[in-house]
Ligand binder design. Structure first.
Ligand code: PLP
Length: 440
């Protein structure tokens, strides 16, 4: 057991997306992890109901990943990726390409999901310019979309509270589709809700307003996670695809949370059978072990650049693009996905998981439960005048009771590692039900 830190030891670390004063007055400290469980600094097991931050699909301390990263760090600790390469970066790209069924042809590495989003937006702009379509500079995001914290991602993102402080520095020339969340029509839906397909047609309105010749790309999360599990209505994504194709607009899927098995398929584009032109990934790519993101592109995108002038085709890249340790973790993760039948396992438990989530219906304050693949959103009514307080209370109590849940506003989002077993699902929802019964 680690020696507990005193509260004065905590002050130097300015924690991200955290109520720092609140946390430091009453810290929740994780000190180790294995399989489905974290352990806190008092030695208590904490069942991971969220795969860390959606990023640990294979469970913690996977021996194959640990040893691959250990080997990599002792062999090639770092290699620049500008005008130089190392074999693992190429091997991983080829394996990732195959993981898309060879439907996507190239992979551009980044260090995170936010960087992947900004990279995808830049590729979209550069693609149009290189083809002589330089007026296509506008982006269309969606309300309640989350695309990370870079200025590009924040601009296409649709969370008012995240945007207001940085408003003056947001990209100009971004508009937003309406979000698809509708409790009146779709509450307590399993899978894709029936109502809301027509909301994709709002793109026609934005095209009429801005003109297609000025629009570079539409970016959406196939399933929005960070704003509380918003599942696309039936046929919605297909309709968006049709409209983008009709107007020569690129369609970008942000698959940072849906990539790597979250819906029981390699990517959400497989699940919904809708192909974007580019898509972003990050979280599951290395099982959260080493930071890494990646943008996947279709052949027509990459070809446009390769037919351009000689020299550096895309003036973009990161010091840590294709980091050897991240590549090692990515390769080992793909091995596990394939050799251990992770997608098949996720498919086999997802119905049990979703039913367990829906069994919370009828408990106090539960106004919606929505599920898809290995994702569940449980929406609570808000305490008047204190939005978010009820779910935050649930989060604090859950941690004390040994389960890690994630909350956003008054929505509880569950996205456990895909290796979860029925006994863990019982533990997760059993404890959560008990907590929900006693919340104010
Ligand atoms: N895009 C989506 C859809 C996300 O859910 C996230 C993170 O939650 C990001 C982008 C940003 O990823 P990162 O935190 O790795 O920058």
């Amino acid at each position: 057991m680690n020696k507990p830190l005193s509260s004065s030891d905590l002050s130097a670390y300015w924690m991200p997306y955290t109520a720092n004063r609140n946390f430091k007055a009453s810290p929740r400290m994780l000190v180790s992890a294995e399989g489905m469980y974290y352990r806190d600094d008092a030695g208590n097991p904490i069942l991971d109901g969220t795969a860390g931050l959606w990023c640990v699909p294979l469970g913690h301390a996977q021996p194959k990943i640990v040893s691959a990263v250990q080997k990599a760090v002792a062999t090639l600790d770092y290699a620049p990726s500008f005008q130089l390469g190392h074999p693992m970066a190429f091997e991983l790209a080829e394996r990732l390409k195959q993981y898309t069924g060879n439907r996507f042809s190239q992979v551009f590495y980044t260090g995170s999901g936010s960087e992947a989003v900004d990279t995808a937006l830049k590729i979209a702009l550069a693609y149009h310019r290189i083809r002589g379509d330089a007026t296509r500079t506008r982006f269309i995001g969606r309300e309640r979309g989350y695309h990370g914290v870079g200025f590009g991602g924040m601009s296409v993102g649709g969370i008012g509270t995240n945007r207001k402080t940085f408003n003056s520095a947001l990209l100009q020339g971004v508009d937003h589709l309406p979000h698809t969340h509708n409790l009146e029509k779709n509450a307590f839906t399993k899978g894709e809700p029936e109502y809301g397909t027509h909301l994709a047609d709002e793109l026609e309105r934005l095209v009429a307003l801005h003109d297609a010749s000025n629009i570079a790309a539409v970016i959406v999360e196939p399933v929005a996670g960070s704003t509380g599990v918003l599942i696309p209505p039936k046929g919605y994504l297909k309709r968006l695809r049709e409209l983008c194709t009709k107007h020569g607009i690129l369609l970008i899927f942000d698959e940072v949370i849906t990539g790597f098995g979250r819906l029981g398929t390699p990517f959400a584009s497989d699940y919904f059978d809708v192909e974007p032109d580019l898509f972003t990934t990050a979280k599951g790519l290395t099982n959260g072990v080493v930071p890494m993101g990646a943008v996947f592109v279709k052949p027509h995108i990459h070809d446009a650049f390769m037919q351009g002038p000689d020299g550096i085709e895309l003036l973009h890249g990161y010091t840590y693009s294709g980091h050897p340790l991240a590549c090692a973790a990515g390769l080992a993760s793909l091995d596990i996905f394939e050799q251990d039948g992770i997608l098949e396992h996720a498919q086999s438990v997802s119905d049990y998981f979703q039913e367990a989530a829906h069994s919370l219906r009828g408990l106090p304050n539960v106004i919606d439960i929505r599920t898809i693949g290995m994702i569940a959103g449980i929406e609570l009514s808000s305490i008047p005048g204190k939005p978010g307080a009820r779910a935050y209370d649930a989060f604090r109590r859950a941690f004390n009771d040994g389960i890690l849940i994630r909350v956003t506003g008054d929505i509880i989002a569950l996205s456990p590692p895909l290796v979860i077993e029925k006994k863990h699902i019982d533990e997760l929802f059993g404890k959560l039900a008990a907590i929900l019964k006693t919340l104010d």
